[in-house]
Design a protein around this ligand. Structure first.
Ligand code: KIV
Length: 270
């Protein structure tokens, strides 16, 4: 697929075909209509309305304060600006604790414009994943570093560094695929683990700080534009090198992901 899907809307099938062809796709977060238009016109395949908005828009030190009301508002904004990217919405902290609550919240996000929902967790979200998939709601399962569990993890640390933990992540990823997850998102794991999981799963794997071997890459928009207060190792500021402003930076990001130039070794955990 070319750098863009400008004239054709991206669907789950598009992403599956990209994986089948051994190619890559690019994902970014967005929270408003203006950036949604810029990203989709630059060929970003997937736009995530992430609960990272709690940190980059609202100034919190975690994603925990984000509510369903916030997510619905930003999803509606992004939907209005979108020109063909696949739209994914995060289920925020404690919004998928019971079956009824999960179904009601997913319905609200889908009505606001989401085409897929993302939830964080391992084996414990398998039943929820199955519940949603059976009802026609595509699920992106978020594993590795799961920011909603930052207090249990004890910080924003790389996950899966030791063999036992890595094996657990692999087994739980396979379990979630079996439960009906359409996509797996892997955050902050060693490059070798990102590669192993991508090879073992049939569904596309999106990485952030998971090395260059995943099917797709995702970044927080503010990181790509160099306006985040902190710069983790896996971040690259594409605006710094752009000669054509923000649209140029986003196009460069998409092209770097598709060519395999990003992430480079300095952005990976070994
Ligand atoms: O909320 C978010 O932005 C995320 C990241 C993985 C991009 O989940």
């Amino acid at each position: 697929m070319s750098a863009t899907s400008r004239n054709n809307s991206v669907t789950l099938t598009t992403l599956q075909e990209i994986k089948r062809r051994g190619e890559k796709f690019a994902c970014l977060t967005a929270y408003d209509a203006c950036f949604s238009t810029i990203l989709s016109e630059a060929g970003v395949h997937v736009i995530l309305v992430g609960d990272s908005l709690g940190m980059v828009l609202q100034g919190h030190d975690s994603t925990l304060p984000v509510t369903m009301k916030h997510m619905i508002y930003h999803m509606e904004c992004v939907k209005r600006g979108n020109r063909g990217s696949l739209l994914v919405a995060d289920l925020p902290f404690m919004s998928y604790s019971s079956e009824t609550q999960t179904l009601e919240n997913c319905a609200a996000l889908m009505r606001a414009g989401a085409q897929m929902v993302k939830l964080e967790g391992g084996a414990w979200i398998a039943n929820t994943t199955r519940l949603l998939a059976e009802r026609g709601i595509p699920v992106c399962a978020h594993m590795g570093l799961t920011p909603q569990s930052v207090n249990r993890i004890g910080g924003f640390h790389v996950q899966g560094r030791d063999t036992n933990q890595a094996q657990t992540i692999i087994e739980e990823a396979l379990l979630l695929q079996e439960a009906g997850a359409s996509i797996l998102l892997l955050e902050c794991v060693p490059r070798s683990l990102g590669k192993t999981i991508t090879e073992q799963l049939d569904i596309p794997v999106i990485g952030i700080g998971a090395g260059p071997d995943t099917t797709g890459q995702i970044m927080v928009l503010h990181d790509v534009l160099g306006v985040s207060p902190i710069t983790p190792k896996f971040v690259k500021n594409f605006l710094a090198e752009s000669t054509s402003g923000i649209p140029g930076a986003i196009t460069a990001y998409v092209e770097a992901v598709q060519s395999g130039a990003f992430p480079a070794p300095q952005h990976c955990f070994n």
